[in-house]
Design a protein around this ligand. Structure first.
Ligand SMILES: CC(C)(COP(=O)(O)OP(=O)(O)OC[C@H]1O[C@@H](n2cnc3c(N)ncnc32)[C@H](O)[C@@H]1OP(=O)(O)O)[C@@H](O)C(=O)NCCC(=O)NCCS
Length: 162
């Protein structure tokens, strides 16, 4: 795969929603209402306070991520990201590429650290990826996530200095 990452355009939304919809509907990985409407999902993923990107492989959109300040005011030097790879493109390095891009974009924007607030503890592929990118678990939130199959599971706060 020759994955490139670029800023998302409004016209990318249908392709982005195709990737987000099954992820949100499953309720397995994001702290987002599983029945979120397309309108609300768009306002969430493409919020003006966020920079949103898409990953492309040979012209096809295969991934998306956002970058945003995780806190306001005097804590806005820590950022947050969310990543989704199209189901058909998983396991081929798309998220690894988006992670590298996001770390670079965050450093360029002047953020001092990146924090993921709610990494579901049974999302093993994501946890392995974040750890391999230098993130560590700095807190465990007991039973913070209601997983549709596994019930109440812990969630992790994962953090990396930039
Ligand atoms: C998590 C997610 C973004 C990973 O995307 P991806 O493009 O498939 O990931 P990559 O191909 O870049 O894999 C990178 C690393 O992730 C880990 N990984 C990926 N798939 C894995 C799997 N099935 N089992 C274990 N580890 C896995 C590995 O560490 C892998 O590194 P390697 O290729 O050197 O072994 C993707 O599965 C996804 O969109 N899931 C739904 C949304 C989600 O969970 N987002 C993250 C929320 S914290």
């Amino acid at each position: 795969m020759n994955v490139t990452v670029r800023t998302a355009e409004v016209s990318d939304w249908p392709a982005v929603w195709e990737m987000l919809r099954p992820v949100f509907r499953s309720g397995e990985t994001y702290a987002v209402a599983p029945d979120i409407s397309e309108h609300d999902a768009r306002n969430y993923w493409l919020a003006p306070s966020r920079r949103t990107f898409v990953a492309e492989d040979e012209g096809a959109v295969v991934g998306t991520y956002y970058l945003a300040a995780n806190f306001d005011g005097n804590a806005d030097h820590i950022c947050n990201c969310g990543y989704v790879t199209a189901a058909a493109a998983r396991g081929r390095g798309v998220a690894r590429r988006m992670l590298a891009h996001s770390l670079e974009a965050a450093r360029e924007a002047g953020f001092r650290a990146m924090q993921y607030n709610c990494v579901v503890s049974n999302n093993l592929s994501a946890i392995a990826l974040w750890k391999s990118g230098g993130f560590r678990i700095i807190a465990t939130l007991p039973e913070a996530f209601r997983h549709p199959a596994d019930g109440l599971v812990d969630a992790y706060v994962m953090w990396k200095q930039l």
